[in-house]
Design a protein around this ligand. Structure first.
Ligand SMILES: NC(=O)c1ccc[n+]([C@@H]2O[C@H](COP(=O)([O-])OP(=O)(O)OC[C@H]3O[C@@H](n4cnc5c(N)ncnc54)[C@H](O)[C@@H]3O)[C@@H](O)[C@H]2O)c1
Length: 255
């Protein structure tokens, strides 16, 4: 049985991971980290890592993080001190935090993806190929929609798709998040990224390649949070016991 320390255990994704782990016969959530409190979970939830007792610490094989960038620095300290592998799924990390995470991967196995869905990762690959084929002739725009509780914008997934497109273009594009502040035409060398927030939308992404005579749209619609929870557990399974390094959906998909 693989023991999980679940960061953000009482949030929407934390609860989805708990439900998925309970269905599995290979995982058990041994403890959670969360600033919120709740009585309806069957494992201890600590407000910070320093509160985890030694006997619980020993049962932790892997850490899964669906919390908030505010937890990241103490999480990283905990991981490095205790040499625990980690699946980092929290989005909205700063560039500095991502650099720190990448260098931590020299000391522990780290799985990092802003989107744990196989389908979204396929959208990244299809968008990269489309950008390569269409060259600089098409204007590229990304539209993403999420529920009204999401705090970061644009979504980590929209940025992941944009980075994937960027890797196929000869000139590195500028990401344009705010047309409102400018009164000028869009330039060729940009990817517009727009965010919509409302209701309980799980996650919609559209990548639009707009030419003069045709428009190509690649889209993904997440219908439940379960797909991200399953992806995180698959990632946890893959990195537990693996050598140090940075793992992504590519390694998970390629097996
Ligand atoms: N990688 C993916 O596939 C994927 C998919 C869905 C969500 N996410 C990301 O996962 C994160 C959580 O999403 P959610 O929908 O469950 O959000 P949520 O707000 O429902 O849950 C977040 C939980 O983290 C806790 N938390 C917040 N700050 C904390 C801190 N400083 N210390 C400890 N606990 C803290 C909150 O109390 C809450 O219980 C977000 O960053 C979201 O974008 C990633």
């Amino acid at each position: 049985m693989t023991g999980i320390l679940l960061c953000g255990a009482l949030g929407k994704m934390g609860r989805a991971v708990c439900a998925k782990a309970a269905e599995s016969d290979g995982f058990t959530v041994v403890a959670g980290i969360d600033i919120a409190s709740a009585k309806d979970v069957d494992f201890p939830v600590y407000a910070d890592f320093g509160m985890i007792p030694e006997k619980v610490l020993k049962k932790i094989d892997v850490v899964i993080d669906f919390s908030n960038p505010a937890l990241f620095d103490s999480l990283l300290k905990f991981l490095l001190k205790n040499k625990k592998p980690a699946v980092i799924a929290t989005t909205g990390l700063s560039e500095e935090q991502i650099v720190k995470l990448k260098s931590a991967a020299y000391e522990i196995p780290v799985f990092f993806s802003a989107n744990m869905s196989l389908g979204v990762n396929l959208v990244c690959e299809l968008s990269r190929r489309a950008a390569k084929a269409l060259g600089g002739d098409f204007d590229i725009e990304i539209l993403e929609m999420h529920h009204n509780q999401k705090v970061d914008a644009p979504s980590g997934t929209a940025l992941m798709i944009a980075d994937s497109i960027s890797s196929a273009l000869e000139t590195k594009p500028v990401y344009e998040y705010d047309r409102h502040s400018k009164r000028e035409k869009r330039t060729k060398n940009e990817i517009g990224i727009q965010s919509i927030r409302g209701g309980n939308i799980t996650g919609e992404h559209q990548v639009i390649f707009a030419g003069n005579d045709e428009i190509i749209t690649i889209s993904h619609s997440a219908r439940s949070k379960t797909l991200f929870a399953s992806g995180a557990l698959n990632a946890a399974k893959m990195i537990t016991g693996k050598e140090n390094g940075l793992y992504t959906m590519k390694e998970l998909i390629d097996g």
